[in-house]
Design a protein around this ligand. Structure first.
Ligand code: HAM
Length: 425
């Protein structure tokens, strides 16, 4: 009985072929860059208590209000598929008593995240992030290093047209002072604002900076800027972050209108954009979150980190690395064989495959019943260096580069292929 075709849900996709290879490359580069800077890999659960994100990400954010995949499990607990990685990493830091380790504790992840957003190119409902978090130090060098590392990853992945926007949100007090001034400005200009911004004056006035609505944009140009409200400590911290970035040769623009879609940020915030991305131009971003660990029930602990979208890095990145693993040896066989020889020939080919792999060759066996011609064509498509056509008595070893071939005792095939590869090295 045949059924109707079932497709992957909207906003999700399968990772296939070249994409899988490109992701492996990204993972290798991220591992080298981040481990080299002392970051250790962390893997947190795919779902967490809903409360973690409600409290951590902030109840006024779009993520918590509209975008979470929340469900009750069989025991009636409210769980949520992680929409981001910072709150889970902070939860793990507290849960495992990591404040007792030498600080800062540096952790990185490459995981899938879930947000119920309007799906389009570069914006998905299941997406992947590579992220890095450093907990336990408020040194501006942590901020600068963190930004430099993401810059290095984007460069290594060939992401083009990169811009770095940088700002500081200050601490909780200056933020609160500023919030009130901004609300006053927004109320005074209420009739010029989009309805969406108007509705959020009380809840989240800073998001007005994100609006593309004409009247709102004009109003925000005249709005007071948070950067002008920072206290002395925050101003000094921000100046030091910039000085360190200058010393590292990193170009950036200070953008006092930069707001991020999560509530936990304090002091430094930043975002890398790429003009290769179109509407969804944010390739990665982050900032400092000095109150988050405490808010999640841990000891007062500063934190700084970022996350970048894997799909967006690959969309904006250079050409994917050459596909797949090279195949040293493709093991084919004479499908016709002599009468009754097929099982024996196939078993001999199987043995050559196993032996070749034990000897360190990358090898593949014919498994689709192709004709001899078909097998050679397939080996060619795979880019195989040698093809062995295993016969009842003899095996023909063909060098795919120069077309030469020799007929060997079957049990000498692997040895000859190895010798051939050694001669090439
Ligand atoms: P975020 O800006 O929400 O920050 O996400 C970081 C990156 O994830 C974005 O720049 C974008 O590349 C990618 N991204 C976000 N949503 C989607 C989506 N729906 N589809 C595809 N890609 C997406 C955070 O998540 C913070 N946790 C970053 C952070 C870490 N801050 C401090 N530490």
């Amino acid at each position: 009985m045949s059924g109707e075709q079932i497709k992957a849900p909207r906003g999700t996709d399968d990772v296939l072929g070249e994409q899988a290879v490109a992701r492996a490359t990204l993972e290798a580069r991220a591992t080298a860059i981040l481990q080299g800077a002392g970051y250790e890999r962390i893997e947190t659960p795919t779902f967490e208590a809903t409360e973690l994100f409600a409290r951590g990400v902030g109840s006024s954010t779009d993520i918590v209000r509209k975008e979470m995949y929340t469900f009750a499990d069989g025991g009636g607990r409210s769980l949520t598929l992680r929409p981001e990685g910072t709150a889970p990493v902070c939860r793990a830091y507290v849960q495992h008593g990591m404040h007792k380790l030498p600080q800062p504790v540096k952790l990185w992840y490459l995981s899938s995240f879930f947000r119920y957003e309007r799906a389009q190119k570069g914006r998905y409902r299941q997406f992947w992030q590579v992220g890095a978090e450093a907990l336990g130090s408020e040194d501006p060098a942590v901020d600068a290093e963190s930004i430099v590392l993401l810059g290095a990853l984007l460069r290594e992945m060939g992401v083009s047209g990169v811009r770095l926007r940088l700002s500081s949100l200050g601490g909780a007090e200056s933020r609160e002072r500023y919030r009130e001034r901004l609300q006053k400005h927004l109320r005074a200009n209420e009739q010029r604002l989009s309805s969406e911004v108007r509705e959020r004056i009380e809840l989240n006035p800073l998001r007005a900076f994100d609006s593309a609505h004409e009247g709102t944009v004009a109003t925000m140009l005249e709005a007071p800027k948070l950067l002008d409200e920072l206290d002395a400590g925050d101003t000094e911290h921000f100046a030091e972050v910039r000085a360190l970035l200058d010393r590292a040769g990193v170009a950036y623009e200070v953008d006092p209108t930069l707001v991020r879609g999560l509530d936990y940020y304090t002091r430094t915030v930043f975002e890398f954009t790429s003009d290769a991305l179109g509407a969804q131009s944010g390739v990665g971003g982050g900032g400092r979150y000095d109150g988050l660990v405490e808010q999640l029930g841990g000891p007062a602990t500063p934190g700084m980190g970022w996350a970048a979208g894997v799909e967006r890095i690959l969309l904006a990145g250079g050409p994917p690395a050459a596909g797949g693993h090279a195949v040293d040896l493709y093991v084919g066989f004479d499908v016709l064989g002599e009468d009754g020889s097929y099982p024996r020939v196939k078993r001999a080919a199987w043995e050559i495959l196993c032996e070749a792999r034990s000897a360190g060759l990358s090898a593949q066996l014919e498994m689709a019943g192709r004709s001899l011609k078909g097998q050679l064509g397939h080996a060619n498509r795979l880019g195989a260096r040698f093809v062995a056509i295993v016969g009842e008595r003899d095996t023909v070893l063909k060098d795919m580069r120069d077309g030469s071939q020799e007929t060997l005792d079957t049990d000498k095939t692997v040895h000859a292929a190895l010798r051939g590869l050694r001669d090439l090295a």
